[in-house]
Design a protein around this ligand. Sequence first.
Ligand SMILES: [Fe+2]
Length: 326
Amino acid sequence: MSESPGRTCPLSYRYAPGAFAGPPALRAETLWIAGGLYGNRYALQALIEACDAEPGDKALVFNGDFHWFDAEPGEFELIDETVQGFHALRGNVETEIAVPADGAGCGCAYPEWVGDATVEHSNAIIERLRAAARASGRDLGKLAALPMHLVAEVGGERIGIVHGDAESLAGWSFSQEVLATPAGVADAQRQLDRAGVRVFASSHTCLPVLKEFAGARALINNGAAGMPNFRGERYGIATRISTRPARNPLYGTRLGGVHVEAMALAYDAAAWDRRFLELWPAGTDAHRSYLGRMRDGPAFDGADVRFPRPARSSVHVRKRRHSSPN
Ligand SMILES: [Fe+2]
């Protein structure tokens, strides 16, 4: 892998195989997990409303990259203060804001299939975000002190929560691209075996995944909570793990005593479009890199989200209606 900024994975991002041993940090009947909020205040609002509507004992965990587009002091403060009122892990974005590693750039550890222009834009975005974070007056030491992983217990099942994968804060082992290969599947199976968890919930790679493994185990990657995940759609996705099934999951499965589901975060896309353009007008790095995805979704068909698809499965991604932002 290249050593250029945005391509590297700093050693400090790695954690030991025993990271998922020990007692759970939290227990709940229903757990919501949201990675990749990317500073979208409207997705944050939708997420909190969805959690508030849950009955019973519940918890909300932000598994990293809750900052990104909020590169303005007041916006950063709003996101940071709200998120840190819940459980939070740091992603590569928070780590590179609070404890930047030499030459890591955005800390994304982008693999070779991500183009150089995207990497350069991301490195520029993190520079502006760092300046906004410093000007916000928020205690960045608290951000730096957030954990990189945690174990939660839902319905007696151990759930490993990470930003990247089971070995690194910015690992890509739980990505669509790696899991499309036999070697990638074998490696993910090994990571599950070693961690001794029923489910891994991840984010970071920006595309959603639900992949089941032998022994009634799975990994679920929510893609992005604060950006569209499917072609032509404008909602984010959060992961829900609960002893009770959700009423309207996009897709999901049941493993042991828990339901593992992807939930749409139908945020106010028109309001976010306006706010995004205020923060990142034409000519800026985020405008160049992300406006297309924000409006039209990625070049990714939701039918591929869960693989391999069982031959007689009726699994499909539920289409949602959404309003146009313009
Ligand atoms: Fe990330």
